[in-house]
Each structure stands twice: as structure tokens, then as C-alpha cells.
Design a protein around this ligand. Structure first.
Ligand code: FER
Length: 292
């Protein structure tokens, strides 16, 4: 009986998640909490267009051994223009959505956005690591991707125990919280908020773009208000006004405002659940991190 019940509950979860498509108020989605959004300032035209005259970074695919999953896993890495192993760089871990993998963020041209920001002196030189956030043996986005919810939670350990040490062994990086940021889109936004706020000793900067229902409740994300105020250096969110997932971000924003925790939430005008919003998120978030 117990087994039948738990199977039914599991089935219910999978079905309701599958129906709750982003972009609309599907089953299981809740209306946004009423909050005062932070000002939206449009990104300048051309922020995501390649410029021939400036220096360009490089993209590479790396593989690392995951003790968490028991497999060799992949990540895409952006190295800033003129990467120089005699310098030390900060690292942004940039996480994908439910249907994506280690290549999804390339749709958002993070290399072009960062090349332009760095050329204009708006962002510091940084490495961007785009891992596969589905921490399970078969980590391809196959079948019903909504059923892979747990694998996105498991990534917490793969990220902190396996990937961060691998990156810090392979590249010339500053290995401390002030030089690590985590941000992501949708499921990756939820992961970033969940992992970043649970591990403030690892990540000082946290960003959630269109964060999904895997986002923990504010009380779970921030069990100790004073500690978060002291240890988190940036809590930054964006979500489209036409994205059915605004509830997750607005609930956290309302909590932070009530508790006096610095927190940004921008509502992207007419924004949907897509790379228009996520590119804007990266463009802004990258300018705010790793600066005194
Ligand atoms: C859901 C709606 C959206 C959900 C996940 C998502 C598991 C994630 C969307 C994305 O990553 O793009 O109900 O539940």
C-alpha cells in the first residue's frame, strides 16, 4: 500500500511538472508575489554582436572525472582574451535549463557578450564554466526531461566536490569565494540560488535568471538572515514579465525585502522564457561580479 501510494505521488509530481510548461501559468504554477522590481535598463544595441576589431576569448570542451556520478562529465569553458597562466582569474559557473546540457548556453553567445564587456572595461577578465547540470549517468536531455528533476539537485555535489576542484587544478584561478560566482537560467537559476546560498563559503555571487520551481523556499534558501547579509556579496535575479515562472523569483525578492537583505529582481518587459532574457541576465550579472 505504501509503495503504491508513493508511486502515485511520484507519478503526480512528474505529470504536474510535465504540464507546467514555462511561458504560461500552467498547472502547478503560482501567481507572482507583488513586489517592487528593480529598474530595467535595456542593454545597449550590439551587446551580443561579434566585433572584429577587439580581442576574442576562446571556447573549449573539457572532461572531468565525477566521483559523484561515477562517470566522465563534460563542461564548456570560456577563457577570456589573452588568457595568461601567469595571472589568476575568477570563475563564473553558468548553468543551463531543463532541456539543455553543457552546450546550451552557447545559444546565448556568452563568449561574445564577455569579449565585448571586457573590451569596454565593463567586466573583469573571467573564466566561464558551463557544465552539465543533470548529474546522472545518462546526462543527455532525452525523453521526458521534467522527470530528471532529482539529477539537477544531485549536481550540488558534482559541482562542489568534483568540478570546482578540477577547474582550479586545470586553470590559473583564484580559488576563494570572492572569485567564484554561480548563475544560471531556469532550472540552472534554481540550482544557482539553492547551491550558491547554501554554500556561501564557496560562492560570493549568485544569480538566477527565470528561476524554475526547483528553487527552494526563501526560508530554506536563507535560514540565517544575518549570515546571508554578512557572507553573500550579490543576489541578483531577472525574469520576463510574460514568463509563467516569476513566482519563484518574486517570492525570494519579497522575503529579502522584508528582511532587509540586498537583492535585485528585474522584470524584463514583455520578456518570455528565452535567451533574450538570459543574455540580458548574463550581460548585467557579469558586470557586477568580482569587483570590490
Ligand atoms: C516546471 C516548469 C519549468 C519545472 C521546471 C521548469 C520541474 C524548468 C524549465 C527550464 O529549465 O527551462 O514546472 O518543474
Amino acid at each position: 500500500m505504501k509503495k503504491i501510494l508513493s508511486t502515485l505521488v511520484l507519478l503526480g509530481c512528474v505529470l504536474s511538472a510535465a504540464q507546467a510548461q514555462p511561458g504560461g501559468m500552467g498547472f502547478g504554477q503560482q501567481a507572482p508575489v507583488n513586489v517592487k522590481f528593480d529598474p530595467y535598463v535595456a542593454a545597449p544595441a550590439g551587446f551580443d554582436q561579434e566585433r572584429a576589431a577587439i580581442a576574442h576569448g576562446t571556447l573549449e570542451l573539457v572532461e572531468y572525472n565525477s566521483t559523484t556520478v561515477g562517470t566522465v562529465r563534460k563542461a564548456t569553458v570560456y577563457l577570456p582574451p589573452k588568457y595568461d597562466a601567469s595571472k589568476k582569474y575568477p570563475v563564473l559557473y553558468l548553468l543551463h535549463g531543463i532541456g539543455g546540457d553543457e552546450r546550451e548556453w552557447l545559444q546565448g553567445v556568452p563568449n561574445i557578450i564577455l569579449d565585448n564587456l571586457i573590451a569596454d572595461g565593463k567586466a573583469v577578465d573571467m573564466i566561464i564554466v558551463m557544465p552539465n547540470g543533470r548529474a546522472q549517468q545518462n546526462d543527455r536531455a532525452e525523453g521526458n526531461v521534467y522527470a530528471g528533476f532529482q539529477a539537477f539537485a544531485n549536481f550540488e555535489y558534482d559541482l562542489i566536490k568534483d568540478l570546482v576542484p578540477f577547474i582550479e587544478g586545470k586553470y590559473s584561478v583564484s580559488a576563494d569565494k570572492m572569485h567564484r560566482a554561480v548563475a544560471g537560467l531556469s532550472m540552472g537559476g534554481g540550482q544557482s540560488l539553492n547551491f550558491g546560498l547554501a554554500h556561501m563559503d564557496v560562492f560570493a555571487y549568485v544569480g538566477g535568471f527565470s528561476s524554475a520551481p526547483n528553487t527552494n523556499t526563501p526560508e530554506v534558501l536563507i535560514p540565517d538572515v544575518a549570515k546571508t547579509k554578512a557572507e553573500n556579496k550579490l543576489l541578483w535575479m531577472v525574469c520576463g514579465s510574460r514568463d509563467g515562472l516569476m513566482y519563484n523569483s518574486s517570492r525570494l525578492k519579497a522575503f529579502c525585502d522584508e528582511k532587509g537583505i540586498p537583492c535585485t529582481l528585474i522584470e524584463y518587459p514583455e520578456g518570455q522564457h528565452d535567451f533574450v532574457v538570459w543574455k540580458y541576465g548574463l550581460y548585467n550579472f557579469a558586470q557586477l561580479i568580482f569587483k570590490p
